[in-house]
Design a protein. Structure first.
Length: 123
């Protein structure tokens, strides 16, 4: 299926939901974290959707893969930051689990896209 816009892609839609969740969860972080961990998590989450969108707009499979890899890296960045947030009691265990399950789904989807694009013959 060919998508006309990146917002039609299920992986982008899942990632967008993660951005909204990260904003909600980090909004409850202490004031002292506004420009530290909360900001880092928000920027990394937005980076996931941004890189998916940028990959969508690229011409070659090789170029697309590069941005999907960046998006996947940002998923892992948010996961790493969520461990810190959980361990300092900023995230409840259920919120931590839900966030990481969503990120794992996005990583799985990105891996499928990357594999498909990587096995296509280049023009």
């Amino acid at each position: 299926m060919a998508y006309r816009h990146f917002t039609e892609m299920p992986v982008w839609q899942k990632a967008h939901q993660v951005v909204l969740l990260v904003y909600e969860l980090t909004g409850a972080f202490p004031e002292s974290e506004r420009y530290a961990l909360a900001s880092q998590m928000r920027r990394a989450a937005v980076s996931i959707t941004s890189n998916i969108a940028e990959a969508f707009g690229r011409q070659t499979s090789k170029d697309k893969v590069r941005f999907y890899l960046h998006a996947r890296g940002s998923c892992y960045e948010v996961q790493s930051q969520s461990y810190v947030a959980r361990d300092v009691d900023y995230l409840m265990p259920t919120n931590f689990t839900g966030l990481n399950q969503s990120l794992n789904e996005i990583i799985y989807d990105l891996n499928k896209i990357i594999k498909t694009l990587s096995t296509r013959p280049q023009p």
